[in-house]
Design a protein around this ligand. Structure first.
Ligand code: PGA
Length: 241
């Protein structure tokens, strides 16, 4: 694991965006796996700045997002579809047809999830996957459990995840209880992974991911097995390692 401890958000974003931008410059048809949440926002800002400076084009890039809430439409202000457009896609020259955010409300979830994994495979697999980590060690919406998950599937969110997501919604009843998420196996199939985390609330999860045993009780611990993973964290998130 390439573990780097930075002083602030800006430094993390600089390092993470550099890897992504270098990939897109050298492979203009790169496949990016993207994440929502607070952790990657500064990185996306750096990517937009590089695009605005004329350094890079996303015309031929394809993206696949990790997850999407069920029970709200893509057009909802809290959907991950909306989040990605507001924080990245609307500000770069990516083609909408190359953007993939899971459909949170598929008619047949099983068939839909299989088709999402198939689309990733047909595109050639993910070159770089961006990840955050939950306070409970989740990646995507793969919550702690008895077994590592495989491909994309529909998941029930845990109370701690619902609690963490509450800040984005006006009323607690509005927070979705289920999501469509890439499975652990879909995530670790990526050729390169960048996980970003900041703050003391993530310190235990970071500790368990790096120093704990590889166990589905901390889904992120699977990253110990991956041979090209960058862990970019601040001092607070690194405080227990
Ligand atoms: P965050 O979420 O980036 O908003 O902290 C990360 C996650 O829960 O995976």
């Amino acid at each position: 694991m390439d573990i780097r401890i930075f002083n602030n958000t800006e430094e993390i974003a600089q390092a993470a965006s550099e890897i992504i931008l270098n990939k897109v410059k050298s492979s203009p048809d790169a496949i990016l796996g993207l994440a929502t949440g607070a952790s990657p926002v500064a990185t996306y800002k750096k990517i937009i700045a590089a695009y605005n400076a004329g350094e890079v084009s996303f015309k031929n890039v394809k993206t696949f997002n990790l997850d999407e809430y069920c029970s709200i439409p893509a057009s909802d202000r809290n959907s991950y579809y909306t989040f990605m457009h507001e924080n990245l896609f609307n500000h770069i020259d990516i083609e909408e047809e190359n953007v993939h955010v899971p459909n949170g409300n598929p008619e047949n979830a099983e068939e839909y999830c299989a088709s999402y994994d198939e689309a990733i495979k047909n595109a050639g697999g993910i070159d770089i996957q961006v990840l955050g980590i939950g306070r409970n060690g989740h990646i995507g919406f793969n919550e702690p459990s008895d077994a590592f998950t495989a491909g994309t599937y529909k998941v029930k969110l845990t109370d701690s995840t619902i609690e963490a997501n509450k800040i984005y919604f006006d009323r607690e009843e509005e927070v979705p209880r289920e999501a469509i998420t890439m499975g652990v196996e879909s995530i670790i199939n990526a050729k390169e992974i960048i996980l970003i985390a900041e703050g003391t609330a993530k310190a235990q999860a970071i500790h368990d991911m790096i120093k704990g045993e590889i166990s589905p009780a901390c889904p992120a611990s699977i990253l110990q097995k991956h041979d090209n993973v960058h862990i970019f964290i601040d001092k607070a998130a690194a405080s227990l390692i």
